[in-house]
Ligand binder design. Structure first.
Ligand SMILES: NC(=O)c1ccc[n+]([C@@H]2O[C@H](COP(=O)([O-])OP(=O)(O)OC[C@H]3O[C@@H](n4cnc5c(N)ncnc54)[C@H](OP(=O)(O)O)[C@@H]3O)[C@@H](O)[C@H]2O)c1
Length: 127
């Protein structure tokens, strides 16, 4: 199985990643996060949990769409398909939906957090 985890250095993502590593058969996992250095102990732990697994850390900041695109391109160079994509990062604004990012992202509330989506009614910005 090939999986991508984004936001797996703490919280829900971390717990899910550890269980996935423990119980899946020879998984290949891309762990996307902001600091490879701080994730190094986690990678070692995953390798102990599943010695047949391959765990690859991809360091990036995924709040910028250009970084998301770059990660996708990087993974696509090695993989034909993914079996699992697990995404947990998000934030909750207490000020409502009033802002748009420089990339014209609009934040939409959901019951389990928030997801960003492109506002297509505006001109696309430079990347
Ligand atoms: N925990 C709950 O009870 C609960 C309940 C309802 C909803 N939620 C929602 O579920 C989601 C996950 O919650 P959680 O408690 O697991 O959160 P968390 O412990 O704060 O974990 C967030 C993860 O996302 C990563 N991350 C955050 N921003 C990032 C960015 N810009 N680029 C790359 N990685 C980034 C963090 O990595 P770093 O190590 O780099 O910080 C961390 O691994 C959130 O959206 C939260 O609002 C949680």
């Amino acid at each position: 199985m090939v999986a991508v985890f984004v936001g797996a250095t703490s919280g829900i993502g971390l717990s899910t990643l550890k269980q996935f590593a423990k119980y899946s058969n020879a998984p290949k996992v891309y762990v996307v996060g902001r600091s490879k250095q701080s994730a190094t102990p986690l990678l070692h732990e995953l390798e102990v949990l599943n010695p047949k697994g391959i765990f690859i850390f991809v360091e990036t900041e995924i709040s910028l769409i250009k970084n998301v695109d770059a990660v996708c391109e990087e993974i696509k160079t090695s993989e034909q398909m993914l079996d699992l994509v697990f995404l947990s990062p998000g934030f909750l604004s207490v000020e409502g939906r009033k802002d748009k990012s420089p990339e014209y992202l609009r934040v939409n509330s959901t019951s389990s957090g928030q997801a960003a989506s492109k506002d297509l009614s505006h001109e696309q910005p430079n990347r």
